[in-house]
Design a protein around this ligand. Structure first.
Ligand code: ADP
Ligand code: ADP
Length: 228
């Protein structure tokens, strides 16, 4: 498991209208294995913060590190799960899930066995050779989760992964994600608009406020409330 250190981070976007501070003076330390939710209104910098942790974006000032190692570019140590599943319709479930491994040139048997194990754990074993259109939305998000985990990232970033799902499916997937990530000691950062989702899933909730994006509150979720 890995920690995430965000020190004195500001992110200023420059466009034709001038400059805009999306995040200002953010200091956060996320512990190894911690599940953290980031909540706040649209435009408070949630996605910007995830982009910084993933290395897709370099902060205007300050630094972002994983286990003390400065993040300068995207790394396989960080997996990203998004609102949409982005599965390739012409590839089977197994082929979609193995894409990350292929890109990393990992063809070893251990990786293949791990994928098979993950598919079984997500209830997808019998769909390995099916195509995405044959699966429901919830199943496709489980496929996306397997694909993200296949390359064994230490850290998972989840950007509103439930927004396209119905309520029951969403609750099931919330449980499955927490159980799967906790069992493997992954550090997770979830972005959501939904406070009940944040309470149900996280150890800790960070509330951002917009203009400029700053930390308004940083609270630990008491165990009894999470399990209520
Ligand atoms: P959130 O995910 O909380 O909605 P974002 O991180 O997407 O917030 O955006 C934070 C603010 O930065 C918003 O006001 C948004 O319009 C602005 N912003 C995001 N990306 C860019 C960009 N590439 N150029 C200029 N402004 C941006
Ligand atoms: P209430 O009558 O308390 O408003 P709800 O219909 O909102 O109940 O929720 C029913 C049950 O589902 C409650 O036990 C609640 O804790 C749980 N719940 C609600 N939202 C979520 C969520 N996003 N994730 C997990 N559990 C939830």
């Amino acid at each position: 498991a890995s920690s995430i250190e965000i020190s004195g981070v500001s992110q200023v976007y420059v466009n034709r209208k001038g400059t805009f501070a999306a995040l200002q003076h953010i200091d956060l330390r996320i512990e190894p294995g911690e599940f953290v939710s980031i909540i706040g209104p649209s435009g408070c910098g949630k996605t910007t913060l995830l982009s910084l942790i993933s290395g897709l974006l370099t902060p205007t000032s300050g630094s972002v590190s994983i286990m003390g190692e400065l993040i300068k570019r995207p790394t396989p140590r960080v997996g990203y799960m998004l609102q949409h599943d982005y599965l390739f319709p012409w590839r089977t479930i197994k082929e979609n899930v193995c894409l990350g491994l292929e890109l990393l040139g990992r063809k070893d048997e251990a990786s293949q066995a791990y994928v098979t194990e993950l598919l079984a754990e997500m209830g997808l074993a019998e769909f390995a050779d099916a195509f995405p259109h044959q699966l429901s939305g919830g199943m496709r998000q489980r496929v996306a989760l397997v694909r993200t985990l296949a390359t064994e990232p230490d850290i998972l970033l989840l950007d509103e992964p439930f927004s396209a799902l119905d309520y029951q499916t969403k609750l099931q997937l919330e449980d499955l994600i927490v159980t799967t990530l906790k069992a493997r000691g992954k550090t997770a950062v979830l972005v959501t608009h939904d406070i009940s989702e944040a309470i149900a899933m996280s150890d800790r909730i960070i509330v951002l406020q917009p203009n400029p994006g700053r930390v308004l509150a940083d609270v630990t979720v008491p165990e009894p409330i999470r399990q209520a």
